[in-house]
Design a protein around this ligand. Structure first.
Ligand SMILES: *Cc1c(COP(=O)(O)O)cnc(C)c1O
Length: 354
C-alpha cells in the first residue's frame, strides 16, 4: 500500500460483498462497500486512523450524539475515467468545510494528512466498487459524531471521524417542482445553517413532507426574517436565470457554501455570462414569470450536480418555467461532469487523482 502516512491501521475484509450488489439497480445511499475508516478522538487528540471491514458501531446509549446532535458530515464523490483512473473533485473544499462545520459545533478539527491519506487508502482498497461510465460514481460520506458517554448538555470530549462509501448511479433528480417557504425556516441569522450539521436536515423533513403532500418535491427556503428572499433547497444551492443573467444569493451563516455552486459561478464567469451574487426577492421571480424573463431555475449539489427546477409554488399559486433548448442547467452539468470524469481540460485545477 503506497501511503505516506506513518501510522494507519488496515484490516482487510476476508470476503468482498461486491458480487452480491446489482450495480444497475442501486438506490442512492443504501449499499456500502467492504471497508470504512474510523478514527477516534480521545484525551485531546486524534488517534491512529483505522481502516476496517464495514461494520456496525458499538456505542453506549448515553453517547452524546444521540442526545444533543453533535454531528456533522460531508458529501463527495470518486469518479473513474475510461482508462481506470480514479478522481476526486475539489476535495480540499470538503476537507476545509467539514472542519468549519466541526468548529461551529464545538468539535475538534481533523488533521489534513489523516483525511487525505486514509481516504486514499480506503479508495484504493475499495477501488473495484467505483464503476466506469458517465454518471457512475462512489459517493463518499465522511462524518463526525460525539461518542462520549454522558447526557450532560455540553460538548463531548470524545469523537469518531468515520468515512463510509456507497456506490451511486447516474443520479437524475427527476422532475423537481419546489415550494417556496412562507412559514418555516431552515436556518436563521447567527445559527448554523452554513454548517453541514445533522440537525439542519432533521428540521427540514417535516416542512418538506408538507410540501410533498401538496405535490412538490422540495422546499426552497427563504430568509427567516421576512420570507421575501429565496435562499437554498434541501441539499442544493439555487440558481436563477433572468434573461441571460445568472443569479444566486450570497453565502452567509444561514447558507451552505456549496462546492458545486462555486464551480458553476467560476464556469459561468469564465464563459462571459453575467453572474450576480445578491439577495433574490421572491417578487422578482413572480415578475419574471409574468414578463417572460425568468428563463430557468436549478439546484446545484454533489449528488445530482445540477437539478433543473421545472416550476414553483408560492402563496397557493403554481408557476411553470419555460422548457429551454439550450439551458444553462444542461450546459453546466455537462461541463462539470466532463471535468469530473477526466474528459475535458481541467483549466481550474479541480481534479485530484487517487
Ligand atoms: C451539501 C449541501 C449543498 C451543496 O453543496 P455541494 O458542496 O455542492 O455538494 C447545498 N446546500 C445544502 C444545505 C447542503 O447540505
Amino acid at each position: 500500500m503506497d501511503t505516506t502516512i506513518s501510522k494507519l491501521n488496515i484490516e482487510q475484509a476476508k470476503v468482498s460483498k461486491i458480487d452480491q450488489v446489482d450495480f444497475d439497480n442501486l438506490t442512492f445511499g443504501s449499499v456500502f462497500t467492504d471497508h470504512m475508516m474510523v478514527c477516534d478522538y480521545k484525551n485531546g487528540s486524534w488517534e491512529t486512523p483505522s481502516i476496517m471491514p464495514y461494520q456496525a458501531l458499538m456505542m453506549e446509549p448515553s453517547a452524546r450524539v444521540f442526545h444533543y446532535g453533535q454531528a456533522v458530515f460531508e458529501g463527495m464523490k470518486a469518479y473513474k475515467d475510461d482508462n481506470g483512473g480514479v478522481w476526486l473533485f475539489r476535495p480540499d473544499e470538503n476537507f476545509n468545510r467539514i472542519n468549519a462545520s466541526c468548529a461551529r459545533l464545538a468539535m475538534p478539527e481533523f488533521p489534513e494528512e489523516y483525511f487525505f491519506e486514509s481516504l486514499k487508502a480506503l479508495l484504493q482498497l475499495d477501488e473495484a466498487w467505483i464503476k466506469k461510465g458517465y454518471g457512475n460514481s462512489l459517493y463518499i460520506r465522511p462524518f463526525v459524531i460525539a461518542s462520549q458517554p454522558s447526557v450532560m448538555a455540553s460538548p463531548s470530549e470524545e469523537y469518531k471521524f468515520i468515512i463510509i462509501l456507497s456506490p451511486a448511479q447516474s443520479y437524475y433528480g427527476g422532475e423537481v417542482r419546489v415550494k417556496i417557504a412562507e412559514k418555516f425556516s431552515r436556518a436563521a441569522d447567527g445559527g448554523f445553517g452554513s454548517a453541514k450539521a445533522a440537525g439542519n436536515y432533521a428540521g427540514q423533513f417535516y416542512p418538506t413532507n408538507l410540501a410533498k403532500s401538496e405535490g412538490f418535491q422540495q422546499v426552497v427556503w427563504t430568509d427567516s426574517n421576512t420570507h421575501e428572499y429565496i435562499e437554498e433547497a434541501g441539499t442544493m444551492n439555487v440558481f436563477v436565470r433572468i434573461g441571460d443573467k445568472l443569479l444566486t444569493c450570497p453565502t452567509s451563516d444561514r447558507i451552505l457554501d456549496g462546492v458545486t455552486r462555486k464551480s458553476v459561478i467560476a464556469l459561468a464567469e469564465d464563459q462571459g455570462i453575467e453572474v450576480e451574487i445578491r439577495p433574490i426577492k421572491v417578487s422578482e421571480l413572480l415578475e419574471g414569470v409574468k414578463d417572460g424573463t425568468l428563463m430557468e431555475m436549478f439546484g446545484s449539489g454533489t449528488a445530482a450536480v445540477i437539478n433543473p427546477i421545472l416550476g414553483f409554488g408560492y402563496k397557493g399559486e403554481r408557476y411553470e418555467l419555460p422548457k429551454l433548448q439550450d439551458s444553462y442547467a444542461v450546459r453546466f452539468k455537462d461541463q462539470l461532469m466532463d471535468i469530473q470524469y477526466n474528459k475535458a481540460e481541467d483549466k481550474f485545477g479541480w481534479r485530484y487523482q487517487i
